[in-house]
Design a protein around this ligand. Structure first.
Ligand SMILES: [Cu+2]
Length: 186
């Protein structure tokens, strides 16, 4: 059953507030001077995931520059208990309803042998169908360039098996770093 896009109108920072993974680092409350703003306020982005047709999976994935890499936090609901792939796909287009409009997995290096950059990791849903995931990656970026994931999409996929299905999809939109740090616990 297809759900409405109701969550899309909720400001993303409010969603972060609800999902906070832990206390914000101390430096977050004290920064903000003109001189330090550029260095301190790293780029941030987020994708609100909406279910593909026939699924109830939804959630949010947040990205923030941190320590030279990208901190990724995902909160996904409406899954059957089990493991799923958390992927960035090439195109920022979830309009097809089945995930195919998002294109192939993001693979800027053309890694025939290695792991595509868009393979962010595996999430595991608990008995309540909820998955919570955090990691730090350096194969993706938020700044402009070949590794940037901004404007692409996040897709939750069934892991393994003979048929791979996209359960949820969301376009990665830039976020105001300041607003995000206020509410998020990043
Ligand atoms: Cu995928």
């Amino acid at each position: 059953m297809k759900k409405t896009a109701r969550r899309g109108v909720v400001p993303v920072w409010m969603v972060f507030l609800a999902l906070s993974c832990g206390p914000a680092p101390d430096e977050d409350v004290s920064t903000g001077s003109e001189a330090g703003a550029e260095a301190d306020a790293g780029l941030a982005a987020a994708a609100i995931l909406h279910p593909t047709e026939g699924n109830d999976t939804e959630g949010i994935v947040a990205f923030a520059e941190m320590g030279g890499g990208i901190h990724v936090m995902a909160h996904v609901t409406g899954l059957e208990p089990g493991r799923y792939g958390l992927h960035v796909h090439e195109m920022g287009d979830c309009s097809s309803g089945d995930g195919t409009s998002a294109g192939a997995i993001f693979d800027p290096e053309g890694s025939g042998s290695g792991t595509p950059a868009g393979q962010l990791g595996e999430i595991e849903a608990d008995e309540s169908g909820m998955a919570h995931f955090m990691t730090d990656l350096d194969q993706i970026a938020l700044s402009e360039g070949p590794r940037s994931v901004v404007g692409r999409s996040v897709v939750i996929m069934t892991a393994g098996g003979e048929t791979v299905a996209s359960l949820a999809c969301g376009v990665i939109e830039p976020q105001a770093a300041g607003a995000m740090r206020e509410g998020s616990g990043f």
